[in-house]
Design a binder for this molecule. Structure first.
Ligand code: SF4
Length: 253
């Protein structure tokens, strides 16, 4: 087991990796301040090579079925982290692992096309574009990419790009339901994750990327409405791992 922020792993099912700790996105609902991670520049970035060394030195359990999740404690596609993130993606794709990342940045096709030849099957790399609100972006996600620009990541077709409506903010996210539907139709989005806010309030499920029970899923009733409505036009999931498993199963067919 390793749990130093940059790496978290408790078994060979999944490894969480961050090349830095903290983020400058300044989202009102972000859980990072609850963990002591605030503005990223207080923390050091570590290289992809260092992360790989940490995995080796700590005998982290890993095999080709281990899911690699990038960027729970950072914006893995900002200018500060992007190059290290790319190196990690390449490394793990070559090892045969499934890799997922979520971002509020636009990913240009030109930034990732060099890794396309490394992808063995559709779904080995999955990108989640995080959009918790559209109309309240300016006030709730002050220092993040503009929504229209962010959504242009959906022009990438070589890998699944998933709309990540997470966290659903009660009475806020749902106000944009029709806008979400328009974007889903416009970009022909196939997969959507509708997910919960992480808070300190104890619930029946704690987050998967911490050893201590200090952050929990706090579902709200709007999630069910959004889930039900969007299920009429695309595939909707509660967890990113359901998307991962869907594409893993498809590969085996
Ligand atoms: S972009 Fe993500 S990690 Fe950064 S502040 Fe916003 S919610 Fe937190």
């Amino acid at each position: 087991m390793i749990d130093n922020g940059y790496l978290f792993s408790k078994d060979d099912k999944r490894i969480f990796i961050n090349t830095s700790l903290g983020c400058q996105g300044d989202c009102a609902y972000c859980y990072l301040p609850k963990l002591g991670y605030t503005k990223r520049n207080k923390y050091n970035r570590v290289s992809a090579e260092r992360i790989i060394k940490m995995i080796d030195e700590n005998d982290v359990l890993i095999n080709e079925n281990t899911l690699i999740t990038l960027g729970c404690f950072s914006e893995c596609w900002d200018d500060y982290n992007k190059l290290e993130t790319l190196k990690l993606i390449k490394y793990f794709l070559e090892k045969g692992n499934q890799v997922q990342l979520s971002t509020k940045k636009k990913i240009f096709i030109s930034e990732i096309e060099e890794i396309f030849p490394l992808i063995e099957y559709y779904g080995q790399l999955i990108i989640y574009v995080s959009v918790a609100t559209i109309s309240k972006h300016d006030s709730l996600e002050k220092n993040t990419e503009n929504i229209d620009k962010r959504l242009e990541t959906f022009y990438i077709s070589k890998v699944p790009v998933v709309l990540y409506i997470k966290p659903v903010i009660q009475n806020v996210t749902i106000k944009d339901l029709e806008l979400y539907k328009e974007y889903i139709k416009y970009y022909n989005i196939k997969d959507v994750v509708v997910g919960s806010l992480f808070k300190n309030n104890i619930s029946s499920e704690s987050v998967p990327f911490l050893k201590e029970n200090i952050l929990f899923y706090n579902p709200v009733s709007d999630e069910d409405v959004i889930f039900s409505e969007l299920s009429k036009i695309c595939n909707v999931y509660r967890r990113s791992t359901e998307v991962v498993n869907y594409y893993r199963r498809k590969k085996l067919l």
